[in-house]
Write a protein that binds this ligand. Structure first.
Ligand code: N2P
Length: 340
């Protein structure tokens, strides 16, 4: 570069920095109760980019709003939805040069089947679906889904408002592969699920901890981070159990829809949340399983000892896979049974 070009380039940069018309906003579409405001504020302070955070309560809700043309720069799908979005060509390929903090990830999270090498997605948090119950109210120990829905707790249960999840719980109880949504399996699920749904008092994917802590219900089937927060608050009163039948382990990750006009800013955000001290802030507020090895080093011992956040190595866990068109059938069964 000649000195003249350098001066010009410098001036253009300075203009970009001060000009309010060039300020970028980032539209983040993510799960509720998952993104601390402190993280969004910190990102704005460091980059000048303001993040607008809109929330959803299921992968299916996010997908339908995205496909309907929603204006989102960054989304937070789980593993099976990443798989579906990649197959449909709906995600922007990431530029690893722009996300150097990918190096902080625990290597186990960089070779997951839904996106090996993190070409399209950056793990946010991982977690499980488990059972939490109030030991002052429930006398017989609960070990799995079958015990939750054995009729003893009718009208005292909170469950995730998620058809794909509940179908998988029934399949697990019948010893079936939780990803096999065949006609036969769905026919098997239907009557059992009808009986289960009648026992549920509250459906809540956003904050199922609330009715448990308020003793509006005694048993919950909830995301592990919700269970971890309950154990933090009332460790004596509540027990966390990973269902003996086996359960879903999810990998929630950030990804950039193909239509985003702010892919560079989105990658800046990805890089920001991969900083160990930022990732720790996420864990502190939402204690799921942190996929960032460097951040994990910063967590306090109590956080790492929370059994809901960090399950035992031999826990019976399975990822979900994209079930393609079968997801409509799952959704239909759930919606119909729920409204009965
Ligand atoms: C956060 C919800 C966790 C998402 N509130 C489960 N995939």
């Amino acid at each position: 570069m000649t000195w003249m070009k350098k001066v010009l380039a410098g001036a253009v940069c300075a203009m970009a920095f001060v000009s309010p018309t060039l300020a970028e906003d980032l539209n983040l579409f993510a799960w509720s109760e998952y993104v601390p405001q402190t993280v969004l504020d910190g990102f704005q302070k460091e980059t000048g980019i303001k993040v607008k955070y809109e929330t959803y309560a299921s992968n299916e809700e996010m997908l339908s709003k995205l496909m309907a043309g929603g204006n989102y720069d960054i989304i937070q799908p789980s593993e099976y939805t990443i798989e579906a979005l990649i197959a449909a060509g709906k995600l922007t390929k990431l530029d690893p040069q722009k996300i150097p903090n990918l190096k902080n990830l625990d290597p186990a999270f960089t070779k997951m089947a839904h996106d090996p090498g993190n070409k399209y997605s950056v793990p946010w948090m991982s977690g499980t679906v488990g059972i939490v119950y109030n030991t002052e109210k429930v006398k017989e120990p609960i070990k799995g889904f079958a015990d939750v829905f054995n009729g003893t707790h009718t009208g005292r249960i909170v469950a995730l408002d998620d058809g794909r999840e509940i179908v998988s719980w029934v399949l697990a109880t019948k010893g079936k592969d939780i990803n096999q949504m065949t006609d036969d399996n769905l026919a098997l699920v239907k009557p059992i699920m009808a009986g289960w749904l009648k026992q549920i008092k509250i459906y809540d994917s956003d904050s199922p901890k609330t009715p448990l802590l308020n003793v509006d219900v005694d048993v919950g089937v909830v995301w592990s981070g919700e269970g971890a927060l309950i154990l933090q608050k009332e460790p004596k009163k509540f027990k966390w159990v990973l269902p003996s039948e086996g359960t879903h382990r999810f990998i929630d990750s950030l990804a950039i829809p193909i239509a985003s006009k702010h892919a560079d800013a989105a990658m800046k955000f990805m890089n920001y949340i991969l900083k160990p001290e930022v990732s720790k802030l996420i864990s502190d507020e939402f204690p799921y399983t942190n996929p960032n090895a460097e951040a994990r080093k910063l967590l306090d011992e109590a956080a790492k000892a929370n059994p809901a956040s960090y399950p035992a190595d031999d826990a019976k866990l399975a990822l979900f896979h994209d079930i393609g068109k079968r997801s409509a059938a799952v959704d239909e069964i759930y919606t119909n049974l729920k409204s009965q």
